[in-house]
Design a protein. Structure first.
Length: 303
């Protein structure tokens, strides 16, 4: 049976970008504005307060991993009674390694943070399927990855940067695989935790070319049509046929970018009986014909 989460992760292909090791000591305050990029923070030692998108400060301690699919503002400060209202300017120690706060005191905080890129043309829609925040605390698998990340960050072995990127990517994927608290808001992850809705999601991903209708998907979930429609919409955050269209178009974009398949082949693979029907649907969904999308995207990649 197809695994929708594996499909989603493969489509997202999360990769850390602009990541850096940050050590802090004493009092400090970092304020940043962002453009909606995904943000992650892995606390390796110590603790700090972080406020993302003005949602209010929360305490992060060693072993915590935070992923925000769309960050617009960030305020990061030290904990404790002594605080500062001034904005701290980081000091560069080495490549992708900075110090904040007291320049000479022993660091009481060590964290890896940065932005995450998702390898998809449909970034905003996919991000809308994820929770607004994924916070992982005290998970053994994460502790193991953190230990490897901390060891590699301190060492100066050959290939250090490549290993760090791979470890951070594993953290990002692990956070999407699901732990307690990840499934509380609407999205595919929540749908996969639902006893019946998950059956419909698995069916869509296993046979995207099948002529699915609300009734047939409801049957897969052993629910009435009306109950299934309302529950799917509430849990996943969009109606079932909209999700089916979203997934088909995501597969189509990937095929157009990564394969040399003809439009007729792609059309049949995702459930359209002719290239012309696929052409109309793709043009309406994306805003340009599939051929133009392929040429434009490949042109951008080659520039």
């Amino acid at each position: 049976m197809s695994d929708p989460l594996t499909d989603i992760v493969a489509l997202l292909n999360p990769k850390p970008s602009h990541s850096k090791l940050v050590e802090g000591a004493g009092t400090w305050r970092i304020v940043r504005e962002a453009g909606g990029e995904a943000f992650f923070c892995a606390v390796l030692a110590g603790e700090c307060l972080i406020n993302i998108n003005g949602e209010g400060p929360q305490l992060l301690v060693a072993g915590d991993f935070l992923l925000i699919p769309a960050a617009y503002s960030l305020e990061n400060t030290n904990t404790g009674l002594e605080r500062t209202s001034d904005i701290t300017m980081p000091t560069m120690i080495a490549n992708n390694h900075v110090r904040i706060g007291s320049p000479n005191a022993k660091p009481d905080l060590l964290m890896y943070l940065g932005h995450c890129d998702f390898d998809t043309q449909d970034k905003q829609l996919i991000l809308s399927l994820l929770p607004k925040e994924i916070l992982i605390k005290e998970q053994p698998r994460f502790i193991t990855l953190f230990e490897l990340l901390l060891d590699e960050s301190k060492a100066r072995r050959p290939g250090r940067e490549v290993v760090l990127v791979q470890l951070l990517q594993l953290l990002l994927i692990e956070s999407l695989r699901g732990h307690s608290g990840v499934f509380e808001s609407a999205g595919v992850l929540a749908g996969l935790q639902h006893e019946k809705i998950s059956l419909a999601l698995h069916s869509i991903h296993e046979k995207p070319s099948f002529n699915w209708q609300v009734t047939s998907l409801a049957s897969q979930a052993s629910m009435s049509r009306s109950s299934f429609f309302a529950t799917f919409n509430r849990v996943v955050g969009m109606p079932p046929m909209q999700y089916l269209l979203f997934w088909r178009m995501s597969l189509a974009k990937k095929a157009l970018l990564c394969t040399g398949d003809k439009l007729e082949q792609i059309a049949f693979q995702i459930g359209y009986q002719s290239a012309s029907a696929f052409h109309v649907a793709f043009n309406k969904y994306v805003g340009m014909p599939p051929g133009a999308f392929r040429n434009q995207s490949r042109g951008l990649n080659n520039s």
